[in-house]
Design a protein around this ligand. Structure first.
Ligand SMILES: [Ca+2]
Length: 156
């Protein structure tokens, strides 16, 4: 990829990040409860997480009341926001609402995702998701299930 197209992507993502921070500041539900905080790198991820053809953005936040970690996804087309973690349960099986164990997050482009050593079906995705992991331990995927962001556990 050329430097020019890389710059164009970076610019598009910065525009989206700026849109996010404006939305975040003007939305009392968000700005009263959460702080944007890059507790790991990078501070945000961009891709089309809900498969509507428009880029979306996920930005790291912590809860003001209890410092629990997570992120907020904003859909690029609708500007709808979704809190994942930071006190909001993202893994109903284990009642996890904190990403305090996560030391890496990245975009996952794999479409057929295996659960790892645990039993269970593969997770088949039509669009990109977010992988959250702890080094050498494992982690899981945060993915759009058509209604909300859900969690798929994967272990090494
Ligand atoms: Ca999208």
């Amino acid at each position: 990829m050329s430097l020019i197209s890389l710059n164009a992507i970076a610019q598009t993502e910065m525009v989206l990040f700026n849109e996010f921070t404006q939305k975040f500041a003007s939305n009392i539900e968000l700005s009263e409860k959460y702080i944007i905080k890059n507790y790991i790198n990078p501070k945000f991820l961009c891709s089309d997480f809900n498969g509507d053809g428009e880029k979306d953005i996920a930005v790291l936040v912590i809860s003001k009341s209890n410092n629990k970690r997570g992120f907020v996804v904003m859909h690029g087309q609708t500007k709808a926001t979704y809190v994942v973690g930071a006190g909001v349960v993202y893994d109903s099986a284990d009642d996890w609402d904190d990403m305090n164990w996560v030391d890496k997050w990245e975009i996952n482009t794999i479409r057929v995702n295996e659960p790892g050593i645990q039993e269970g079906d593969n997770l088949r995705l039509e669009y990109d998701s977010i992988r959250i992991t702890k080094d050498e331990i494992g982690g899981g995927l945060i993915y759009w299930n058509g209604e909300k962001y859900d969690y798929f556990h994967q272990t090494c």
